[in-house]
Ligand binder design. Structure first.
Ligand SMILES: N[C@@H](CCC(=O)N[C@@H](CS)C(=O)NCC(=O)O)C(=O)O
Length: 217
């Protein structure tokens, strides 16, 4: 019998963690259905708790059983699609390092520049700590692109889970006009023009709910 997959996500315009899980699952070609829980609406938390013990999105229901947290979901998908991590053991560890660095850090960037796919031309003042985070992200992207340029346009040449984790960051840098070098600008463009990203963005465009704390700049 085929496994039944349901991905529970929040607003595509704002939910960066949902995007991190949706991209690998969509790219895998596995059939899944989506459940949309509009965040910050009355009763939304109880709704989330029906699906995820953590009360957050994303959650992946595998035959009704939950896997929660974007990284756990991405790892499950990569078990079905091992090519979603680099083949070489060191490169795989490197990709996991940059993914983990995103997953557990960059709180300044997340706080100052919330993902808002519909917005453009926004500008925010960044404090020194957040500027340092931006510089670190650019360092990660530049080093990866310089190393793997001959294998393809993604961080590790071919698309990997690391690209899913940095997709919301690329979106933020674009929305808030963050000044980056040519390698990073090229990577942001690669992410933005990806057909799956475009699909996500077109769904975000159709959403009408406005979440105030996501409207910055
Ligand atoms: N570390 C978690 C973070 C999940 C998270 O913070 N999700 C946000 C949406 S982007 C959420 O569910 N917010 C609603 C709430 O906390 O009530 C993951 O990677 O999945």
């Amino acid at each position: 019998m085929q496994t039944e997959l349901t991905l529970v996500i929040g607003n595509k315009n704002y939910s960066s963690w949902s995007l991190r899980a949706w991209l690998p699952l969509k790219r895998s070609g596995l059939a899944f259905s989506e459940v949309f829980v509009p965040l910050m609406t009355p009763g939304y938390k109880d709704k989330l708790l029906e699906y995820s013990p953590a009360g957050k999105v994303p959650a992946l229901l595998i035959d009704g059983r939950p896997v929660w947290d974007s990284l756990a979901i991405a790892e499950w998908v990569a078990e079905q699609k091992p090519e979603f991590w680099p083949r070489d053991a060191f490169e795989r560890a490197w990709a996991r390092s940059v993914t983990a660095e995103m997953h557990s850090g960059f709180s300044g960037v997340r706080g100052a520049m919330p993902m808002n796919c519909r917005a453009s031309g926004r500008r925010v003042e960044l404090d020194d700590a957040t500027r340092d985070e931006v510089a670190r992200i650019c360092e990660i992207w530049t080093q990866c692109r310089e190393t793997f340029a001959d294998r393809g346009p993604w961080l590790f040449g071919e698309w990997s889970i690391a690209d899913a984790f940095y997709a919301p960051v690329a979106s933020r840098f674009r929305t808030y006009g963050v000044d980056v070098n040519a390698a990073c600008a090229g990577y942001i463009e690669t992410t933005w023009s990806d057909p799956l990203m475009q699909e996500w963005l077109s769904h975000a465009q159709q959403e009408t709910q406005v979440i105030e704390k996501g409207e910055v700049g």
